[in-house]
Design a protein around this ligand. Structure first.
Ligand code: SF4
Ligand code: SF4
Length: 313
């Protein structure tokens, strides 16, 4: 597995980070035990860091898979706004992940300078946590060009986790060229960058080689997170990254797992999920309706539905 240095002052990690949203209850594709087993399998094969978040609700699953492996690095994130909220998020992560020191902690889904300003108390708390040695590297995740630019200028920031794929799918405030320029700006400052949604939330899986080659070609992006929810997906991705031929049988198995957002017919049309969708992929026609072209299958809408109508299947 190719090892990369995350930015100028970040750690060395495998080029691929295990995106654990795919095994989390938020996406509900696999049970907790199945997910932990897939994660362990990926770690045995050389993936050495994991991306999670407080809302994925899978700290216990990750703690089970990483037990006895303190060398495996874990990135988590939260939506904390105030200092007490951030303290609580950090404490929850330390306790549930069974780590005294957290490797990485990020502010989740920052859109621009204004959102970062709104989270300034939480950021200051992160800075204090870094000074005290509670967390080693801090940063943001974002679906926005303005998020990358604002993050790059955020004092003390080490890492940015931006959305990036060759079609620019999922960027909420601009186009691919603008995102590339923002990433280049951040990278020139020495910030570590690992991309998300390299396969565009499933829309670009018909040509995975092209998707991976593109993200690898972007100067300043050192690594990327890939969601995997089966052993076959782990094998598939690792062959892909090693530039090895993927057996047709394996291609078929992984390709057959095409996913979509399922909206149950008992939807009450309350509209709460529309506000939770960063992509604007939902609208109401008495009940919630998804635009499959815009949906990147993040699962964020599912957590707000009071009637449990939304699921990635
Ligand atoms: S509709 Fe749901 S799963 Fe699709 S992008 Fe929006 S929040 Fe994510
Ligand atoms: S939150 Fe649930 S009930 Fe409300 S509109 Fe969305 S899917 Fe329907």
């Amino acid at each position: 597995m190719r090892q990369v240095k995350l930015g100028l002052w970040g750690p060395e990690v495998s080029e691929v980070c295990f995106g654990s949203l795919a095994i989390s209850p938020l996406q509900g594709r696999v049970t907790e035990e199945e997910g932990a087993s897939v994660l362990k399998y990926a770690l045995e094969r050389g993936v050495n860091w994991i991306d999670t978040a407080e809302i994925y609700d899978n700290y216990a699953q990750i703690a089970a898979a990483t037990k006895g492996h303190p060398e495996v690095r874990i990135i988590s994130k939260s939506y904390s706004v105030t200092a007490p909220e951030m303290r609580q998020s950090l404490e929850k992560a330390r306790t549930s992940l069974k780590r005294d020191t957290l490797d990485f902690f990020l502010l989740h889904e920052q859109e621009n300078a204004l959102t970062l300003q709104g989270h300034s108390e939480a950021w200051e708390e992160l800075l204090r946590a870094k000074e005290k040695g509670i967390v080693r590297w801090i940063g943001i995740s974002t679906h926005a060009v303005a998020g990358v630019r604002a993050g790059a200028l955020q004092p003390g920031l080490d890492v940015i986790h931006p959305i990036l794929n060759y079609q620019g799918l999922g960027i909420i405030d601009g186009n691919l060229n603008e995102m590339l320029a923002a990433i280049s700006f951040a990278a020139e400052l020495g910030i570590g960058i690992y991309a998300m949604k390299v396969f565009g939330g499933g829309h670009l899986t018909h040509d995975p080689e092209k998707a991976v080659a593109f993200v690898r070609s972007v100067q300043g992006v050192q690594a990327f997170a890939l969601g995997m929810s089966s052993r076959e997906e782990v094998d598939y991705n690792l062959l892909l990254l090693a530039d090895h031929e993927i057996p047709q049988e394996l291609r078929e198995i992984v390709k057959c797992r095409k996913r979509q957002l399922y909206i149950a017919d008992w939807c009450q049309g309350c509209g709460l999920c529309l506000e939770a969708c960063p992509q604007g992929a939902l609208h109401l026609e008495k009940v919630a309706v998804v635009d499959p072209e815009a949906c990147v299958l993040c699962g964020y809408c599912g957590r707000v539905c009071p009637h449990f109508c939304l699921k990635i299947v």
